[in-house]
Design a protein around this ligand. Structure first.
Ligand SMILES: NC(=O)c1ccc[n+]([C@@H]2O[C@H](COP(=O)([O-])OP(=O)(O)OC[C@H]3O[C@@H](n4cnc5c(N)ncnc54)[C@H](OP(=O)(O)O)[C@@H]3O)[C@@H](O)[C@H]2O)c1
Length: 431
């Protein structure tokens, strides 16, 4: 290994500029650990003028991808342009040119990770993406290395900072969804087009990456049940609070025997659950293994320097692999054929808000309906609604299968005493 490792950045936005900042400011520690200098030698951008004053003489800014990707002096390419197709092209070309690749791009890895790993392996190159899930939290390597010998059976987490910020403000400050989203956009936590975040897609992509690593199974985005938080009524969060629950956008990946289930959905957590106290833009992921028991990873899920820290850990891993001459050998292939759990069989508690006729016997009628399906109640609130002659009933059920709960919904919708089922959510009791 030479005395200098050159890094080429594709993109110089929030994450890219953070990576250069860390390399420039923490050279002493990096050199001590790696016995070589790290240098950002080339950066690909679209608009040279925008970035001119941000880099010194020793770094070349270019708008030509070839100057970085096919540059013989560069060892590691860091893809932080974002998006899918262009980024995929760049990474494929880089791997084919024998470069090790580090990326923060969850969209790309969730969609094309399998293909990219194959190409990386064929070219004896490393492909790492620690920053793609949980920003600065050292999570992926903890799962793949730290828990390498365990059998992980459940991952449950808050993996999207934008939605966690919105839900925190709704829960703690009683802001409406619209106000909370607007504030998140003003503060830069939410993008101008927040669809991927608020509809749960961003979290779903991250859960796919986690599930693949944890279960060694080729889970795909289409296998994930996704529902987001857009338009969530504040009333539900308020009722949840009264009952001792906090609403979070929760990603779960569960393995039961040899089948897995991955989902992202707004979920009520009982207030004692460790994830219930994860606030604002923070992320946290709970990983349960047969041998280790329960572990929790917590930290900033985004931001320039936190995310760049995770990118740096990948660059360090590439350089250590170079020292040992083991690049391209770290990827663990899927071990098991994909087997998905039938979602109808998943078991959980549920929250349901019902508008019923405000008349004698209505509640008894509804109770009876649940009883027939063997669904018992853990908590209940009943009060007259603002609408005349309508009572609002909120129920937290004990555990039951989704199939059985769906039957209850069907019966509620058919019942004479029920005007409508206003909303329902999954409930996570204990961790
Ligand atoms: N921001 C975070 O906290 C965070 C956290 C975890 C993961 N990530 C992931 O990290 C990646 C980068 O995010 P970011 O927040 O750093 O994005 P960003 O601030 O928008 O920066 C993107 C950079 O890439 C450049 N770029 C975009 N398309 C390009 C193209 N086709 N050719 C050349 N340059 C191009 C942009 O240049 P111009 O300015 O000239 O357009 C800009 O310098 C994304 O995959 C994101 O999901 C971000």
């Amino acid at each position: 290994l030479g005395k200098k490792v050159n890094v080429g950045l594709l993109g110089f936005g929030v994450v890219g500029s953070g990576v250069k900042q860390i390399i420039d400011n923490n050279q002493e520690k990096l050199q001590h650990q790696l016995d070589c200098e790290i240098n950002v030698s080339h950066i690909l951008v679209r608009n040279l003028e925008k970035y001119e004053n941000m880099v010194g003489q020793s770094t070349v800014l270019t708008t030509n991808p070839n100057d970085v990707i096919n540059n013989d002096t560069i060892d590691v390419i860091v893809e932080v342009v974002g998006g899918v197709e262009q980024a995929r092209e760049y990474i494929l070309q880089a791997l084919q040119a024998g470069k090790h690749v580090v990326t923060a791009n969850k969209d790309l890895i969730a969609l094309h990770g399998t293909e990219l790993h194959r190409i990386a392996k064929e070219n004896n190159c490393d492909l790492f993406y620690e920053a793609s899930v949980g920003g600065g939290i050292p999570l992926l390597r903890s799962i793949s290395d730290g828990l390498a010998a365990d059998r992980i059976h459940k991952i449950i987490g808050i993996v999207n900072g934008t939605t966690n910020y919105i839900l925190t403000k709704m829960n703690d400050e009683s802001w409406t969804y619209t106000d909370a989203l607007q504030k998140a956009q003003e503060l830069g936590f939410a993008e101008a087009d927040p669809t991927a975040d608020v509809e749960g897609l961003d979290a779903a992509r991250k859960m796919v990456i986690l599930a693949r690593l944890a279960f060694l199974m080729d889970v795909e985005l289409d296998d994930v049940t996704v529902s987001g938080i857009s338009g969530l009524p504040l009333e539900d969060l308020t009722y949840g609070q009264q009952l001792g629950y906090t609403m979070k956008l929760i990603g779960t990946a569960t393995k039961n025997k040899d089948a897995v289930e991955v989902s992202v959905q707004p979920t009520f957590l009982c207030n004692e659950h460790p994830l219930a106290s994860v606030k604002n833009e923070y992320n946290a992921v709970y990983v349960s293994g047969e041998f280790v028991g329960e572990t929790m990873f917590y930290g900033p899920g985004a931001g320039s320097l936190p995310t760049a820290t995770a990118v740096m850990s990948d660059i360090v891993a590439v350089i250590k692999n170079k020292h040992l001459n083991v690049n391209g050998k770290q990827y663990i292939e899927p071990l098991y054929d994909k087997k998905l759990l039938d979602k109808e069989d998943t078991i959980s508690q549920f929250y349901v808000r019902i508008h019923a006729k405000d008349e004698t016997g209505a509640f008894a009628n509804i109770s009876q309906l649940f009883k027939q399906l063997n669904i018992s109640f853990e908590r209940i609130i009943q009060k007259p609604s603002k609408e005349t002659k309508v009572a609002e009933i909120v129920i937290i059920t004990h555990k039951t299968s989704l199939a059985n709960f769906n039957k209850a919904l069907e019966k509620l919708n058919e019942s004479d005493v029920v005007k409508n089922v206003a909303s329902y959510y999954r409930v996570e009791g204990d961790a």
